[in-house]
Design a protein. Structure first.
Length: 114
C-alpha cells in the first residue's frame, strides 16, 4: 500500500511542478497501458484489496491521483483525463462501460477524452 500512496503523491507532485512551470492545465494520461489503466482494467487488475474487484474499487487509484493533484494545485486548477474505453480483452469491454467513468469524473476534472 505504501508504494501506491507514494505513486499517488508523485502524480500530484508532477502536476504541481507543471503548474509552477507556468502550465495552465495538465492532463492525466490514464490510457494505453499506463498504471491507472492497469488498475481500471478487470483483465489486468486481480487485486483483492481496496484497489481491485468492483469498478468503484478499480477507479480508486485514479480518483486518489486526481484528489492529490487538486489538493496540491488548488481546486480551480484545470485537470484533464485521457481514458481508453477498450483494453483489447473481451471480458474488459463489458466492465469498462464507456461513459460510467467519465460521468464520475465530470465534477472533478475539466475534460475527459476517450
Amino acid at each position: 500500500m505504501d508504494e501506491i500512496h507514494d505513486l499517488v503523491h508523485k502524480f500530484g507532485d508532477a502536476a504541481l511542478r507543471c503548474k509552477r512551470a507556468g502550465f495552465e492545465v495538465v492532463e492525466l494520461h490514464a490510457a494505453a497501458g499506463c498504471i491507472p489503466t492497469n488498475f481500471l482494467s478487470p483483465h489486468d487488475n486481480h487485486r483483492t484489496d481496496m484497489y481491485g474487484g468492483s469498478l468503484e474499487n478499480r477507479m480508486r487509484l485514479l480518483l486518489e491521483i486526481i484528489a492529490d493533484m487538486k489538493q496540491k494545485c488548488g481546486p480551480n486548477f484545470p485537470i484533464g483525463v485521457k481514458l481508453s474505453t477498450e483494453d483489447c480483452e473481451p471480458e474488459a469491454s463489458e466492465s469498462m462501460k464507456p461513459f460510467k467513468l467519465p460521468k464520475r469524473l465530470k465534477k472533478l476534472v475539466l475534460h475527459t477524452s476517450i
